[in-house]
Design a protein around this ligand. Structure first.
Ligand code: ZN
Length: 553
């Protein structure tokens, strides 16, 4: 075969297409195939105003075409179009199947996920989805031959196309400004799921901010902190904090859930705060926010990094602090505190494929208690109810609600099976916290102990078509923000530090939130510092006598 023949044949097998035409086809593909959630949500928001929705759709299409055409240049067009298609394919899987919004915080969450966690999300159905909606159209883009105009002509042509798109978008956006501003204001999340543009922008924002984070040094906080009322008892004051994962208050029978999911804790003398809201809807927000001095209204990721947290303040007061992690890490909360990541131990009694059952935490508690010499705080960071593989969170003995979903994605499970598996994780958490309380009860002769448990955020189990968590807070459903929060105080601590348990129980149905944690921990340890705010300490109104010095003199 001579060169001319070869060229002719390859031309037959590789159709030629104009660069702007290819951009147009790719835009249509992205909007029609990878944006099911985006369109159905927007359609719902416009309600009966179908004309308004149609105009909105034209505006979005014009803006998308304009953006895609920006990359219509020799050598970069194919890589960029393929990148758009693959990104949209991957993001649409999470958005359409789980209702997940791929924003900056979600990307932060994904970036810090452990390999085992990510592994649960890569399922055969996800791979098939990527193949059909990502790889296949990418192959088509590779296959075609692109006809580029001469450079000057091309620049002029592309500029005209881009300006025309921008003009259509602007005319629609500003021409019918009131309608769009109205719908946009009522539904701030209307653009949140636009694939792939919003996820890509989020990833870029995340990359920029994590680059900046690397140089942040936390400023000292509460360096005046000191323990007070140490004469009340000569035993060390010990608090074990169980930092929960993905436990939602709605499924705690302590809070009125019709199923018995707290059979062990209900027998312990605990106080359950039934109206507690979380700081965020994802671990990467909630955990650093919870330990920070900032209330939710003032907290930002940056401020969390820039300021020491309650563990540091306790350290300034000479309280010994340590953290055992069975979750995904401490999100810089323990940068200045002894820390152990237990899955690294691969203890065969609890661990499999890089993840461990939460009993690996309670298993370590006795060792830690044996070494307690003075006032101490231990944080146990649970894997809790982390989805979607709920079934992997509990051992066979806690498989009580059946049939339980045993799959990594929810497509093959009924809503009832998903709920059963999730509720089994709550049973197991109930067991973990109760076990920790029992261990401390057995040491009541040698320490004045207490336990604090809360969850970092809740979980959606299919309500309104949503699964998992991480929905932006302003639009998050209550299932993701209403979290369990409970405390147990040993009899000895109640007596020696003057806690009025009836009073505390009486306040437990008042609204509380993660904002209370920082100050309640200082109150519980009787730490005096000017950064302590008694108004945010859930215990401060229920202590007999004047045993606690509210703040520095
Ligand atoms: Zn979490």
């Amino acid at each position: 075969m001579n060169d001319t023949n070869f060229a002719r044949i390859s031309r037959v097998f590789r159709p030629e297409i104009g660069s702007v035409t290819l951009c147009l086809l790719t835009t249509i593909y992205l909007l029609l195939i990878t944006n099911r959630t985006f369109w159905s949500k927007a359609f719902g928001y416009f309600g009966v105003d179908h004309f308004g929705f149609a105009i909105f759709a034209i505006g979005i299409a014009a803006a998308s075409m304009g953006v895609v055409t920006l990359f219509s240049a020799k050598y970069i067009i194919k890589p960029f179009l393929i990148f758009f298609v693959i990104a949209a394919s991957a993001a649409s899987w999470f958005t359409d199947a789980f209702g997940v919004i791929v924003d900056k915080e979600m990307i932060r969450n994904a970036a810090v996920s452990t390999g085992a966690e990510a592994g649960h999300l890569i399922t055969p159905r996800f791979a098939l989805h990527l193949l059909l909606t990502g790889a296949l159209p990418s192959l088509l883009i590779i296959w075609v031959r692109i006809r580029h105009r001469p450079i000057v002509q091309k620049l002029a042509h592309n500029t005209v196309v881009i300006l025309a798109c921008a003009a259509v978008f602007a005319a629609i956006g500003f021409g019918d400004y009131r309608t769009f501003a109205g719908v946009g204001r009522a539904h701030k999340d209307i653009l949140d799921t636009l694939n792939p543009f919003v996820p890509i922008t989020s990833a870029v924002k995340f990359a920029i901010s994590s680059g900046e984070d690397a140089n942040v040094v936390a400023q000292p906080l509460g360096t005046d902190a000191r323990r007070v009322n140490t004469v009340a008892t000569n035993k060390p004051r010990v608090v074990i904090v169980v930092a929960g994962e993905t436990g939602r208050a709605q499924d705690f029978s302590l809070g009125g859930y019709e199923r018995e999911t707290n059979p062990e804790l209900k027998k312990q003398n605990i106080v359950y705060f039934s109206k507690t809201s979380s700081c965020g809807t994802a671990t990467a927000v909630s955990i650093p926010c919870l330990f920070s001095v900032y209330p939710r209204s003032a907290y930002t990721h940056r401020k969390g990094l820039e300021t020491e947290n309650v563990l540091d303040v306790l350290g300034h007061a000479k309280v010994s602090v340590s953290w055992l992690d069975n979750d995904t890490g401490s999100y810089h909360v323990t940068d200045r505190v002894p820390y152990a990541f237990l899955p690294d131990s691969a203890d065969p009694r609890f661990c499999k494929d890089g993840e461990c059952l939460d009993e690996i935490l309670s298993d370590k508690v006795d060792d830690w208690l044996d070494k307690v010499k003075g006032d101490s705080v231990l944080v146990l960071h649970q894997l809790g109810s982390h989805g979607p593989a709920y079934y992997a969170r509990y051992p066979e003995a806690f498989r009580r609600f059946t049939p339980d979903c045993r799959a990594n994605d929810f497509g093959s499970c009924s809503p009832e099976e998903i709920r059963n598996a999730y509720d089994n994780t709550i049973l197991y958490t109930d067991h973990l916290v109760s076990t920790v309380i029992d261990k401390l009860k057995r040491r009541s002769n040698t320490m004045a102990a207490s336990v604090v448990y809360f969850s970092d955020h809740g979980e959606s189990l299919g309500e309104n078509g949503l699964y998992l968590h991480g929905t932006p807070y302003v639009v998050a459903p209550v299932q993701q923000t209403h979290v369990p929060f409970l405390v147990w105080l040993s009899d000895d601590l109640q007596a020696s530090a003057g806690y009025d348990m009836a009073c505390l129980a009486g306040t437990a149905d008042k609204p509380t939130s993660h904002d209370n944690f920082f100050h309640s921990m200082l109150g519980l340890m009787d730490v005096s510092t000017k950064v302590y705010d008694p108004k945010l300490d859930v215990f401060s109104g229920c202590r007999k006598g004047n045993t606690h010095v509210a703040s520095a003199p």
